[in-house]
Design a protein around this ligand. Structure first.
Ligand code: DAH
Length: 355
């Protein structure tokens, strides 16, 4: 018995100086594991006399309780110490200055697409999308542009295969075809997106943006087209009055076809839309050709309507005074921080980059 008391005292000493939970747990299994010191002592009880057993059992139980108590107190002590240490280290210094957040800017093209979409949504147009890689059929044939039509050259198309079956769409008009093929009239949609032509100068880039418009229903006529475009242009440029003229033109997919110019003047080196005697072409439009309707299984004697294609980048350049189209796509961060737009929800610690 004196042996076991000695062992207990040694272990109590050991536990007093221990600072590591794993090591305390090791001690626990040394004592109370399957072959632990205390466990083995209990096993011996079976081989001694009844009187001895009573006494020894009660002593052993006291020792066991004392050691187990010590162990759980110790573990708690170490854990509390660790938590306090951690809290101490993680203290937040509220006097430190806040960190700046740098947020990206919205590209003028994205901004203009949002503006256009919301203006047209207000008058009942929904927004459709189509892929940049198109079939020759959707881009040309379905739009009444036969094989030998000069428009195919005029567009300077980027073909993607030798058979000229796949191409980068040269306009957003194929979305008209896709929309009408998958649904039933009436149709009232716009389709903004990227378009591609082999062209590059101050006002032309090989990739640019258009928004297509299409309104097909019973009894739609050119008056609706004029009203719709007039409304859009006034809303977009935020002016009450607009000078607008329809010039006869030709597109294979519309009959009659027109190009639309808006009046402008230069005042103090700035372009003012809706006044003056200068004209600027901004879009092509017309009444959808019956052949196009036939190609997409819409009966032209029952349904007709108008379509238009507007150059998005050019509208953005005009509205926001940007004079080189190529800068739109050079991904120059300084340019974007100047011409870009702040997102709506700007956090209070956003210092931003001045426009
Ligand atoms: N797709 C024509 C172009 O890229 C623009 C256009 C003209 C679209 C007349 C139309 C339209 O939908 O009816 O030049």
């Amino acid at each position: 018995m004196s042996d076991i008391i000695k062992i207990k005292d040694d272990y109590i000493d050991k536990l007093n100086t221990e600072n590591n939970v794993d090591k305390v747990n090791n001690i626990k299994s040394e004592l109370f594991g399957k072959n632990g010191i205390i466990s083995n002592e209990f096993k011996k009880l079976g081989s001694i006399s009844v009187e001895e057993r009573k006494k020894l059992a009660s002593d052993l139980n006291n020792i066991k309780d004392e050691l187990q108590n010590k162990i759980s107190i110790k573990i708690q002590e170490i854990e509390t110490k660790e938590i306090n240490l951690k809290l101490e280290k993680e203290k937040i210094d509220v006097t430190l200055p806040e960190r700046d957040i740098e947020i990206g800017k919205i590209h003028p093209v994205s901004q203009v697409i949002d503006e256009i979409s919301s203006i047209f949504s207000e008058i009942g147009f929904s927004v459709e999308e189509g892929p940049d890689i198109e079939s020759e059929y959707n881009n040309f044939t379905a739009l009444n542009t036969p094989d030998n039509h000069p428009a195919r050259d005029m567009h300077d198309t980027f073909y993607l295969d030798n058979n000229k079956e796949l191409l980068l769409r040269t306009h957003t008009s194929p979305v008209q075809v896709r929309t009408m093929l998958k649904g039933k009239p009436p149709f009232k949609i716009i389709a903004p997106g990227r378009t591609y032509r082999s062209d590059s100068d101050q006002t032309h880039a090989p990739m640019f943006h258009q928004v297509e418009g299409l309104h097909i229903d019973k009894n739609i006529h050119m008056g609706h087209l004029k009203g719709c475009l007039n409304y859009f242009i006034k809303e977009f440029f935020e002016v009450d009055k607009i000078k607008m003229r329809f010039r006869p033109s030709h597109f294979p997919f519309t009959e009659p076809s027109a190009e639309v110019d808006i009046g402008y003047e230069i005042k103090n080196g700035k372009i003012v839309i809706g006044e003056g005697d200068k004209w600027l072409e901004i879009l092509g439009c017309g009444m959808v050709h019956p052949n196009v309707l036939k190609n997409v299984k819409v009966n032209p004697s029952k349904y007709q309507g108008y379509a238009f294609g507007i150059g998005i980048d050019r509208l953005g350049m005009l509205k926001y005074g940007i004079n080189d189209l190529r800068a739109f796509f050079e991904t120059d961060y300084r340019w974007l921080s100047h011409f870009g737009f702040d997102p709506l929800d700007v956090p209070s610690n956003y210092r931003g980059l001045s426009r």
